[in-house]
Design a protein around this ligand. Sequence first.
Ligand code: BMA
Length: 308
Amino acid sequence: MLIKRYAKNPILQKEDIPYPVATVHNAGVVKYQGKYMMIFRSHLFNGRSIIGLAESEDGFHFKARAKPFMVPSDQEPFKAYEEYGVEDPRVIFMEGEYLITYSAYSRHGVRVGLAKTTDFETVQRFSMITEADYRNVVIFPQKFNGLYARLDRPHSEISPWSVWISYSPDLRFWGESKLIMKPVQYHWDEMKIGPGAPPIKTERGWLNIYHGVFPTMDGCVYRLGVALHELDDPSRIIAVGDQWILQPEEMYEITGYVHNVVFTCAAVPEDDGTLKLYWGGADKVMCVGTAVIDELVDHCLNHPRKAI
Ligand code: BMA
C-alpha cells in the first residue's frame, strides 16, 4: 500500500463549514508560517463552486474560516470568465508569494486563472493564463533557465486529453508548449489524464502525482498515478508508473456528489521523507493519507511505461 489512508478520514466536510455548502473537495494545501493552509472547493446549492480556507497545526485537523476565500470576481477581466464559479485550486510558494491556480468557468468555457496571496487574508487576481478549454494547471516551485514552468491539460477532440508543459518569463505570457504525457489505451487512465498535485522535488527527479480516468458502463473512475520528470528539464519524463497508486475504495470515495472519484490538487512534503497527500473523495469530502516519497519514486522506476 503506497498511500496510507488516515484512519479518521474524511478530514473536512460540509458540516464543518460555517456557511452553507453542499461539498468540500479538491483542495490545494501548502505550509504557511508553520501551519497547513487548505484552500478547498465547495459546491453551492446552485451547483456552482467557490473556494474556502481551512487551517491546521498538524495537517490532519482543519478548522474552516467563517467566510469563503475566493468567490467569482466582480472585476473585469476576471468577472466574465468566473461567472459559473471557481474550482480545483492548486497553491505553491515561490519567491515570497503564494501562487494559486484555479479553474474558472463561464459561458465561454473553462480557463485557468492565477491569483496571489502573501498572507492568506487577501488574495489578488493576477491574470487568466489560458484560453478555453484548459484545466489542471500546476506550476513548478522553481524556474528553469530563468523561466517559470507549468503542466496543464488542454481538451482536444482528436487526441485523448493529455499533459502538456509550457514556460513563461513572467507568469503572464506562456509558450514553448509541448505535449509530454499521454493516456495509454486500455490502462486505468486510458480516457484522460491531468496534473494533480504541484510537482515535488526529489533527489531523483520531480514527482508528479496526476489523475487518470477510465470509462466504465457505470460511469468514469478517477484514480491517481505518479510520474518522474528530469530535475533540470521537466519536459523530459524519466518514467511513468504504470499502476495506479490510489483508487476509490472507501465509502467516502465510492459514493458522494460524483461516485468513484479520488482527485488530488495537493501533496505536502515533510522533512522526514514522507508526504501528506490530500484528495477529494467522490467530489464531496476532503481526505488525507501519507506516503514515503522514495517509495513513490521507486514505483515509477520499478513499474515504468513510456510517457507518450
Ligand atoms: C473533473 C473535474 C474535477 C472532478 C472530477 C470528478 O472533470 O470536474 O473537479 O473532481 O471531474 O467529478
